[in-house]
Design a protein around this ligand. Structure first.
Ligand SMILES: [Zn+2]
Ligand SMILES: [Zn+2]
Length: 167
């Protein structure tokens, strides 16, 4: 079930529906497979629920062990383009929190909701979107703002994480 593409060969990942990676290489490390997530108890999956395409896992290499490399659950299926369940859930939860943010106008809350797509992906718009959301969250303050930031950080790229958690 592993496959080659331009960048090399990848294993298949097993991820819980809430986005916790339970095994980033089910063929190399089948002993690491889990039916349910040890972090949240949710069922795990190895394929897109929409099209059945296997979830791309960690890079496979016989030659080098990539140290310090951190595998991240992908946000969207590379075969059908649909968001994975954890992406949908994170966005839904973040939208709910955005509605509860104190100190912001409805338009500002809407801006946060509209930015969520850019925050969970890796596009040229991700960093500016992260900066905008960071500014709005700082303005809002309070518990809901911190929770929203943590939610997004858990599924976002290093670049977005850096902006959101930076000084
Ligand atoms: Zn989980
Ligand atoms: Zn798919």
């Amino acid at each position: 079930m592993s496959w080659y593409d331009d960048e090399g060969m990848y294993d298949v990942a097993q991820i819980c529906l809430n986005g916790h990676v339970t095994n980033d290489g089910i063929q190399q490390f089948p002993q690491g497979n889990k039916k349910f997530c040890p972090k949240c108890g949710e069922a795990t999956t190895i394929a897109c629920p929409n099209c059945g395409h296997p979830i791309r896992g960690d890079y496979i290499s016989d030659l080098v062990v990539v140290m310090g490399h951190h595998y991240r659950a992908p946000a969207y299926c590379e075969n059908c383009g649909k968001p994975y369940p954890w992406t949908e859930r994170t966005k839904t939860a973040a939208e709910q929190l955005a509605k509860q943010l104190p100190g912001l106008s409805d338009a500002e809350r809407g801006e946060i909701s509209d930015s969520l797509d850019d925050l969970v992906t890796d596009t040229p718009k991700s960093k500016p979107a992260a900066l905008k959301v960071k500014t709005l969250l700082a303005k809002a303050g309070g518990e809901a703002a911190g929770m929203l930031r943590d939610l997004v950080v858990a599924v976002s790229s290093e670049a977005v994480k850096k902006v959101l958690l930076g000084p």
